[in-house]
Structures are given as structure tokens and as C-alpha cells.
Design a binder for this molecule. Structure first.
Ligand SMILES: *Cc1c(COP(=O)(O)O)cnc(C)c1O
Length: 226
């Protein structure tokens, strides 16, 4: 694509700022062309995040097979069937109904599915996600689906000017994971914390993120058609 965005340089810069033993960098490639994903792949990236089923279905066959695809966007029940056996991790499960559909499609495809519960920590009206107080109860319900495996929690923090403002949000997500983890619920693991984006990944990493999801700091700003 354009020479003003050096994907390789950007990817390696972000990677150099985090502890790779503790945190995995997911390159969020939504709206970006396959050529730019290939550049990140060539720089060593194997984890890519997309937020639309259609885009995943176009990109997966066009890129190397050893990529771990992360579904990070809101997932509609009627689209689960297209990706359930294609993605490595679904970060955005926010209801028992959605998990039930994942279970149903996983039975059909005879596969197992790893998921995260998306938590709306800051309780913003504009965001998807489970409220903190309901999280354990929903985890217990979803745990009953034998092909759906909760691996941890995900949050999309508010947009803030100063990334430090999101530290309490990340801290709360970690506390919640520790709390639910301590209950030792069968078929529920709390090992993964997916939190932090271009604006605040350093703060998220310092609060224990095991995945950060970084888009524009790697691929440049996104231009959406109007
Ligand atoms: C787009 C997106 C990101 C990456 O956002 P940037 O600010 O471009 O880094 C991370 N997480 C989710 C859920 C997203 O939709």
C-alpha cells in the first residue's frame, strides 16, 4: 500500500515496548488490505484481529495457514456458523444466547471453541459487553456448554485523552478475572486478559494484559467509507 505507513517498522516498535513473555500482540487489521497483513506476517506477526465475519471469510483463505485469527467484534448469532471452526479465539461473547449458538454450530462442525467474555467494565451505553456484576453468573451458565471454553475476559476501554485514565478499568478487569478464577468453575479458565488498544496498550500491559489489540498504531488510521 502506501509508503507513508511502514507496517513492519510499526509492528516491531509496538512489539519492542511489551514483554513478549507476558503479552501477545494482536495486529488488528480490520478495513486493511491483505497486502498490509502480509507485511505484518513477514515481520513475524501470527495473531490478527478482525471485527467482521465477512472480512474474516475473505482474508482467511488469502493468507498463510499458520495465522491465529481473533474475532474481536460484536458477533451476530446468524453469522456464528461461518467462523466457528475458522478462528482461534472469539473475544466478544456477551450473552448466554450467543454461547448457545456457538455450542450448536460447534456440534455441527465437530469442533471445540475457545472464547472470552466481553465485559463492559465502565458500563458505557455505547458498548457491548456484560456488566461486571453479572459476569460470574453468565460464566456459570456458559460453562455448561461442553464445546465452548471460557479462557478469560476481554474489554474495550473508553476513549480517553490520557491513557492513565483507563488504568482503573484494566485493573477492574483483572480483579474480576482473579475473583472468577478463584471459584474454580468447571470448564472456566481465567488465564487470558484481552485489553488495551493503540491509545492505551502500555497501561493495559502493565495491568496484566495477556493480549493487546493494536490496530492504527501498526496499520495507520482507518478510513471508513461513508
Ligand atoms: C478496532 C479495534 C481495536 C484496535 O483499535 P486501535 O485503536 O486502532 O488500536 C481493538 N479492539 C477492538 C475490539 C476493536 O474493534
Amino acid at each position: 500500500m502506501s509508503k507513508d505507513c511502514n507496517v513492519k517498522e510499526n509492528y516491531l516498535k509496538v512489539l519492542g515496548e511489551i514483554d513478549k513473555e507476558k503479552t501477545t500482540l494482536i495486529a488488528v487489521s480490520k478495513t486493511k488490505p491483505v497486502s498490509m497483513l502480509q507485511e505484518a506476517y513477514d515481520a513475524g506477526c501470527r495473531d490478527f484481529g478482525e471485527n467482521k465475519v465477512q472480512e474474516l471469510m475473505e482474508k482467511i483463505p488469502a493468507l498463510p495457514k499458520d495465522i491465529r485469527w481473533h474475532m474481536i467484534g460484536h458477533l451476530q448469532k446468524n453469522k456464528v456458523k461461518y467462523i466457528v471452526d475458522q478462528v482461534y479465539l472469539i473475544h466478544s461473547v456477551d450473552s448466554v444466547e450467543l454461547a448457545k449458538e456457538i455450542q450448536k454450530q460447534a456440534e455441527k462442525k465437530n469442533c471445540q471453541v475457545n472464547i472470552l467474555l466481553e465485559v463492559n467494565v465502565a458500563e458505557e451505553d455505547s458498548k457491548f459487553g456484560i456488566f461486571t456484576d453479572n459476569c460470574e453468573e453468565i460464566a456459570r451458565e456458559i460453562a455448561k456448554f461442553d464445546r465452548v471454553h471460557i479462557q478469560g475476559l476481554m474489554t474495550v476501554a473508553p476513549y480517553v485523552e490520557n491513557s492513565e485514565e483507563n488504568r482503573p478499568v484494566f485493573h477492574k478487569l483483572r480483579d474480576l478475572a482473579v475473583d472468577i478464577g478463584s471459584k474454580n468453575i468447571d470448564n472456566v479458565s481465567m488465564g487470558i486478559l484481552s485489553m488495551g488498544m493503540s491509545n492505551d496498550y502500555l497501561v493495559a500491559a502493565s495491568e496484566g494484559a495477556t493480549y493487546i489489540r493494536v490496530g492504527s498504531s501498526i496499520f495507520g488510521n482507518r478510513i471508513y467509507a461513508v
